[in-house]
Design a protein around this ligand. Structure first.
Ligand SMILES: Nc1ncnc2c1ncn2[C@@H]1O[C@H](COP(=O)(O)OP(=O)(O)O)[C@@H](O)[C@H]1O
Ligand SMILES: O=C(CO)[C@H](O)[C@@H](O)COP(=O)(O)O
Length: 509
């Protein structure tokens, strides 16, 4: 039986391909960064052709590096960022790639909130509308870009697009569809009443064939085999919403542990046996065939450091340490003090407030660049804490956390997370937890593993542990209160700021 599994992870910024053996050892890895476009404020879009070009390149690079026969790959699994709006036209050609950082539909969400749309969707889907949620964006396109809407043939997700190009099949699977509020959670199927609640009763036909994550979606076509070096006929599974893949690939496959992902998005999630917790959280998704994830999230995590690095630290000479390491060193050199600056990580809005903007507060003449970098790391962790507290209030029970995502690579951040959250924090050996989770789904689909828990036990190894420092925990608890109070006080200002934005021509009613 073939010994290797290929996992892909198509995130908001980077696409990665990793070949693993059955014990979870990384045999080869390749990644490529993609471009986003902001033609108008609040729009974040990408070219689907570029995504597919990058996917082919990383797959080929990975196979060449691995020095294995392509026939030795038992199956392929793909994870990808959730939500946004990825669409093919009626002929199956790439049409639309709106990412999950887009907030153009903030006004529509406010309108829907006052009409009580969320009260109708939540009991069915475990989710209320929010700006870059797939049905919200689809409704926005339907209202403001009718011509474009009429051309849409299929609505699915970033990883479904990659699966579509690999296999020719138009399918999606339950974790991404539920994560976007498009499934009747308990029944794990599409629901006409739910679509009607979004004003999308006429869009049922745009939703592709729905399968479970580990079901086989199709097999690699001859043409793709020639282009990538894969073997034609290699099975490709449905794949996973990347946040679910990352939980799985970082070893969270049971209840009692919280998965924290510091990627572009701040993801905070627990596995549960029922479709929803007793109280409300931001979203629910499926986990394996019979369990669920309760997820609190927003686009407020490592994307803030990414921005800081891009704008202020990108001219570091090649060969020197990475700008992320430099930031870690600058921040680690700061002795924490009660008057340190505070940072709100709302570059792309906040979960409850699409109008929110990022900012530094309390900067004084004696503060240095290091203080500002440290405040970004702390502010991101405070954002995670707000989500974690909401999950607890909703009934989630956990005593430890597993950190993954790009932020877990930092020398300093994991300790800040442990102190701010007051939880012991562990980190998996593999840095590519999304790709590993997708590979576990592939291994389950290829019957190498009986289920996700079996796959995680076989492929995931833990590496580092961080315990909360009690003095720092108390220090951060005081600063977290300030962080929240300032954000609350600023809400009306953000509202005013957003009302001054000029809408894109023809984009708003
Ligand atoms: N060494 C590092 N230290 C701190 N942050 C890092 C490091 N490397 C990458 N990151 C952060 O991780 C983010 C990417 O996270 P990742 O989980 O790989 O991507 P995505 O969320 O797009 O799937 C970047 O935005 C960057 O800020
Ligand atoms: O829907 C989402 C979260 O609810 C996001 O799109 C998430 O998948 C982003 O992932 P990231 O870009 O951080 O890897």
């Amino acid at each position: 039986m073939p010994n290797f599994l290929l996992g892909l992870d198509a995130g908001n910024t980077v696409i990665k391909a990793v070949i693993f053996d059955r014990d979870g050892n990384e045999i080869a890895a390749a990644s490529k960064e993609a471009h986003s476009h902001t033609p108008f404020p609040c729009y974040v879009e990408r070219e689907l052709d570029e995504l597919w070009t990058n996917a082919r390149q990383v797959i080929r690079a990975c196979i060449e590096q691995a020095r294995i026969q392509p026939g030795e790959i038992a199956a392929i699994g793909c994870a990808g960022h959730g939500n946004g709006l990825y669409a093919l036209d009626r002929e199956g050609n790439p049409l639309l790639g709106i990412q999950s950082l887009d907030t153009r539909a903030a006004g529509l969400v406010e309108e829907w909130t006052s009409e009580g749309v969320g009260e109708r969707t939540f009991p069915i889907a475990g989710q209320r509308p929010w700006p870059s949620q797939t049905p919200t964006l689809l409704a926005w396109v339907k209202r403001h870009r009718k011509e474009l809407f009429d051309r849409i043939g299929t609505v699915f997700f970033s990883k479904d697009f990659v699966v579509n190009r690999l296999t020719g099949r138009r399918v999606s699977e339950v974790s991404d569809m539920s994560g976007a509020g498009l499934l009747n959670l308990a029944a794990r199927r599409y629901d006409k009443g739910l679509m009607e609640a979004y004003g999308l009763g006429d869009c049922m036909g745009l939703l592709p064939t729905l399968i479970e994550s580990a079901d086989i979606a199709g097999t690699v076509t001859e043409e793709v085999a020639r282009e990538t070096g894969l073997a034609a006929g290699t099975p490709v599974v449905g794949g996973l919403f990347d946040v679910v893949a990352s939980a799985l690939g970082s070893g969270v496959s049971r209840t009692g542990s919280v998965s924290i992902i510091a990627g572009t998005w701040s993801i905070n999630q627990v596995i549960i046996d029922t479709p929803q917790l007793t109280g409300p959280v931001f979203m629910s998704s499926t986990f394996d065939r019979d369990r669920y994830m309760a997820i609190e999230s927003s686009a407020t995590s490592a994307v803030n450091l990414e921005w800081l690095v891009r704008e202020f630290f990108s001219d570091i000479p090649a060969g020197r340490r990475s700008p992320f390491d430099l930031c870690g060193e600058l921040a680690a050199a700061i002795e924490p003090a009660s008057d340190d600056p505070l940072y709100h990580p709302f570059l792309y809005g906040a979960q409850q407030n699409g109008n929110a903007r990022a900012g530094f507060y309390g900067v004084a003449g004696w503060h240095t660049k290091g203080h500002l970098v440290r405040s970004v790391l702390e502010g991101v962790a405070f954002g995670h804490r707000q989500h974690v507290e909401k999950m607890r209030e909703a009934g989630a029970v956990f005593t430890e956390a597993v950190l993954s995502g790009g932020g877990s690579r930092s020398m300093l951040w994991p300790q800040i997370f442990a102190d701010v959250l007051g939880l012991p924090m562990s980190i998996a050996r593999s840095r590519e937890t999304g790709a590993l989770g997708a590979a576990i789904a592939a291994g389950t689909g290829a019957a190498i593993f009986t289920d996700f828990a079996h796959g995680a036990a076989s492929m995931v190894r833990m590496e580092r542990n961080y315990l909360p420092d009690l003095l720092m925990r108390d220090h951060y608890a005081r600063r977290y209160d300030l962080y929240r109070d300032i954000a609350e006080a600023l809400a009306p200002i953000w509202r005013r700021l957003s009302s001054t934005l000029q809408p894109a021509a023809g984009a708003d009613a």
